[in-house]
Design a protein around this ligand. Sequence first.
Ligand code: NAD
Ligand code: ZN
Length: 356
Amino acid sequence: MIQFPPGTYRHATDRWGSFKRQCATLPEGALAVVDRTVARLHPQVIKSLEARKPRAIIQLTGGESAKSFKALEQVLVAGLSMPRSGTLIAIGGGTIGDVSTVAAHLLKRGVRLVQVPTTLLAAVDSSLGGKGAVDITVRGRVVKNPVGVFHYAEEAWLCPEFFASLSDTQLREGSLEAWKMVASLDEELFLSYSRRAPALERMVKDARRLKESVCAQDPYELQGLRRVLNFGHTFGHVLESVSRFQLSHGDAVGLGMLCALDVGRAMGITPDEVAWQVEDALHQGPGVLGRERTADLLARAKLKDVSALLSADKKAGSAGELRMILITDVGKAVVRDVSEDVWRALWPAWTQGVRP
Ligand SMILES: NC(=O)c1ccc[n+]([C@@H]2O[C@H](COP(=O)([O-])OP(=O)(O)OC[C@H]3O[C@@H](n4cnc5c(N)ncnc54)[C@H](O)[C@@H]3O)[C@@H](O)[C@H]2O)c1
Ligand SMILES: [Zn+2]
């Protein structure tokens, strides 16, 4: 039988339960990377890890700074003596997961990875799908995710106690990514969520199932099928960037979805009533920030800078055209090339904070 090396595509096993209980299955000698805040808020994490005689426990400060070469090197140095059969366990939000994924890919040309997402965003999105990346700072500006790998986790441990220490803002950011998948991929779930807000665990399970089904068809992003997961991300990234990353990724995606609905309407792809329905649901459900926030952010930006940001966007097509995910109906996403005239015509409304 062919043996697949650690990190190659597989359907990750999701295991639900307390960290303490799951940790009893961790092989001895593992390398653990832990978000410092999580270690402080949940002291049983370090205790449970120590009981498994780990090789090392590296604590990193969660946030974009964790996705640096410096942090990556720290993890690699701690894992130098690891055998190829060793396990790296990442306990934290998306930033800890991303840097750990790169480290797991590089150590001994690939070691086993276990993801323990502790933010809702990581649980619904980043801990699944195999992607990891670090950032590079060029002339003082952070370029996000230019250096990355695909390295699939073998297991994900979903421990509800971690979600209990998240703030309302952190919960909103994660919910917006989950709603992104539901609004663009699954009408039935969208209608059910709109009628009644889902329980947290339900939302995590649904989002993971949706993302997994997309990734399974295109595990290494070779066919472009995974693009549908980027609904709301084109203008979301612009807003994140013009805010100098003061606006969180989840909130930026929320506002980016409103922009994508406007673009869809302007191109005759998204019917008006669908756009209103999704926008209303994003307000009632996860609580997308208002259009005035988009206006505030864009007021600081120059059109030509936004244009440059969009052409640098990795979702641009080979001829440099803007390639966006738009919806034709609730739960139905399409990829469309968008000309600059279209979004420029929406600019006055966006900068006034009103619906075009
Ligand atoms: N790999 C992917 O497919 C993928 C997908 C989406 C996003 N991402 C990346 O994920 C990152 C964002 O992830 P994130 O929002 O989890 O950010 P994060 O890792 O920065 O965590 C956000 C904050 O929450 C804190 N935190 C973590 N767990 C906590 C807990 N249980 N209780 C209280 N506080 C806690 C962290 O210390 C941090 O301050 C970005 O870098 C983004 O690029 C990656
Ligand atoms: Zn995202």
